[in-house]
Design a protein around this ligand. Structure first.
Ligand SMILES: [Zn+2]
Length: 292
């Protein structure tokens, strides 16, 4: 079925429009959007890793929510911004602009339906920037819209318990943690006999190297396998443990977002003019100046 890893009772598109119109307390209902990507993940993992992990962890989190926490997933973003991997076949990427615009359109649709809380759980480290830019734009348009985006691994989880120091410091892609998680979520797609270890060289600027500086890179810069890390020690049991810890942290986060209050305000008049595509009216400009 279309819902994949997401529990059917928590999959918004399985409701009819009248069901959605009649939902109680839509302002606090959390709409969860898993954001993944389709991009190479070395010779041993499928290209769908980031989409599988985003939807899989969100699905497991939603499945353990108590009934009183109102939350629904919408269909995951499976195509993301993966241009750093386009030297490898199987990578299917959007441009950052298109991804940003897609999130804005989806956010508008969620808002129009009466929801006011949108959480993006991001499975691909190459695209937080367009997601953040889209969130800021939506927030500017709608001052009562609560938008949150976080990397899927940036909640408390037990992955570090299994990782070697070098892996914790240097791994970025198709390494130990992602491999273990895919062993748990989609074991039939893992080909461990093809797995290789590959670490990038240390960044040759010692003052910045411990901060993982943002030197521009594409995956091919670090070797022809596409792997950045060491997948070899991964096991399905570790994957189950990491999945369980991520799912329980995300379930807790979704419950807290359901309860939380956040700053709200009216959209500024110039913000409305901007998003409606109209030219800033003269009196708006004058009143804006007066307020400075
Ligand atoms: Zn990945």
């Amino acid at each position: 079925m279309l819902n994949g890893y997401l529990p059917p009772a928590r999959f918004l598109p399985f409701l009819s429009w009248t069901d959605i119109a009649e939902l109680p307390d839509k302002e606090n209902t959390v709409i969860v959007l898993p954001t993944g990507a389709i991009e190479q993940h070395g010779p041993h993992l499928p290209c769908a890793v980031d989409s599988i992990i985003a939807a899989g962890v969100v699905g497991h989190a939603l499945a353990r929510l108590p009934d009183e926490v109102a939350a629904f997933a919408i269909p995951p973003i499976t195509y993301g911004k993966s241009d750093e991997h386009l030297h490898f076949p199987g990578t299917l990427t959007l441009t950052g602009d298109i991804l940003q615009q897609t999130i804005i359109e989806l956010g508008e649709s969620v808002y129009r339906a009466g929801f006011r809380k949108l959480l993006m759980v991001n499975g691909h480290g190459g695209q937080p920037q367009p997601l953040q830019m889209a969130m800021r734009e939506l927030r500017l348009r709608h001052g009562d819209f609560i938008l949150i985006m976080q990397d899927i691994f940036k909640v408390p989880n037990c992955a570090d318990r299994f990782m070697a120091e070098q892996e914790r410091q240097m791994a970025m892609h198709a390494g130990h943690a992602e491999t273990a998680l895919i062993m748990a979520l989609a074991p039939e797609t893992v080909q461990m006999h093809k797995a290789v270890c590959n670490y990038p060289p240390a960044f040759p600027c010692p003052t910045l190297s411990s901060t993982r500086p943002m030197a521009a890179w594409v995956a091919y810069d670090f070797g022809p396998s596409g792997v950045i890390g060491d997948p070899l020690p991964a096991t399905p049991e570790q994957g189950e443990a990491i999945l369980d810890s991520l799912a329980s942290s995300w379930a807790r986060a979704i419950s807290e977002i359901h309860q939380m209050k956040w700053v709200t305000r009216d959209a500024p008049s110039w913000g409305k003019a901007h998003w409606q595509g109209t030219v800033l009216a003269e009196h708006d400009a004058a009143s804006l100046l007066k307020h400075q």
